[in-house]
Design a protein around this ligand. Sequence first.
Ligand code: 0L1
Ligand code: MG
Length: 262
Amino acid sequence: MAGNATATPIDLEQLAGRLDGAALAATATPQLPEGAALTPAVAYAVQALVVGKRLARGDTRTGIKMGLTSRAKMEQVNVDEVIFGQLTSGMWREEGAPVARGDFIHPRAEPEIAFLLKKPLEGRVTIPEAVAALEAVAPAVEIIDSRYENFRFALGDVIADNSSSAGYVVGGFHPPHTDIANLGIVLSVNGEARQIGSSAAILGHPLRSLVAAARMVARLGLRLNPGDIVLAGGATAAVPLAAGDHVSTEFQNIGRVQFLVR
Ligand code: 0L1
Ligand code: MG
């Protein structure tokens, strides 16, 4: 049991089981009760339990997603702190292959930049050190899916829910020194532009998100490993997905990521 001094105690294992069960059944779970606020430290402990359940079923850890790294994302969900979640093999979807709507509760798509690491990154690192650890960069789309009803949560709730991570699609890789500072991005659904933005919306430069990832995960005794993918965070607000949608996200200079929701 844990929680803050004045809050209703929370059974962390029970909460992790509830979130994991909601993801498995693709059925939303109710919000946490009023007054059951989770501190970030406790919420990351629940996140570790949730991810542990996936790993116990045979998933492998594939990297980290950074969340709420742009103003548009913070405003969309009314939470204003950068957070992270953990990616596992079961979340990966092949670029161009259909994505099953039934795997999710109320999925949304958001354009991201993906980093592929070739060296470990841990703790306080500089941007040049982060670039030296890169194998490649790529355009990507994250599929987020809150396990809470109506996509409503407070900071601790969403961290516990593995920062809404549910799926990710990575496009073609480019060399690590590719300029990704300020790339125009258009996310279209069924041929209609639904979000227009720039990679600069991700903490001013996506590499800052990679640096923040190394620092944030170290606080929990984790590190970024060779072979890991790091998703830098949504560059725009996220767009709800429905069966039949064709999602195409065009990134200036580095290509396109597309998939059909079936
Ligand atoms: O990747 C993100 O920025 C999402 C973090 C959690 C908030 C949300 O579900 O939109
Ligand atoms: Mg995201």
